[in-house]
Design a protein around this ligand. Structure first.
Ligand code: CO
Length: 134
């Protein structure tokens, strides 16, 4: 079921500083910031040869990552994203095995106009895991 590692997401206190580090110091290709009000985040994507890094910063007053940034003021790793071929099939299989899908359990449109869902960290050894329709 599980496919490629699509991205690793890092919450950062400054998207500009983080983008400059990845683009300037590390020589990576970075996107322009993309605001996603419906998710409460602004993102910058760093393209690596074999995967991506998603730099995240809170957007709006009730951003779901604001508390994370408050607890980790210098930033921190937030989630891993794995690709799956069939997100509904994957969801049902994981539910059958007793895992918890966050929210109402329905996949929703994520950062790349693909369907995504999140698995509870307690089921994934303390790691928040996003699944994305490949
Ligand atoms: Co993500």
């Amino acid at each position: 079921m599980i496919g490629r590692l699509n991205h690793v997401a890092i919450v950062v206190p400054s998207l500009e500083e983080a983008a400059n580090l990845y683009a300037g110091t590390l020589g990576a290709t970075v996107s322009e910031p993309v605001s996603m009000p419906e998710h409460g985040v602004t993102t910058v994507f760093v393209t690596l040869p074999n995967s991506k890094i998603e730099l995240l910063h809170p957007l709006g007053d009730d951003s779901p990552i604001q508390s994370f940034l408050s607890r980790h003021p210098s930033g921190g790793m937030h989630h891993l994203c794995y690709e799956v071929e069939d997100i509904y099939g994957a969801r049902d299989q994981l539910l059958e095995h007793g895992l918890t899908v966050l929210g109402d359990g329905e996949p929703r449109v994520g950062a790349h106009d693909k369907l995504v869902l999140f698995l509870h960290p307690r089921d994934m050894f303390g790691t928040l895991v996003e699944l994305e329709q490949a």
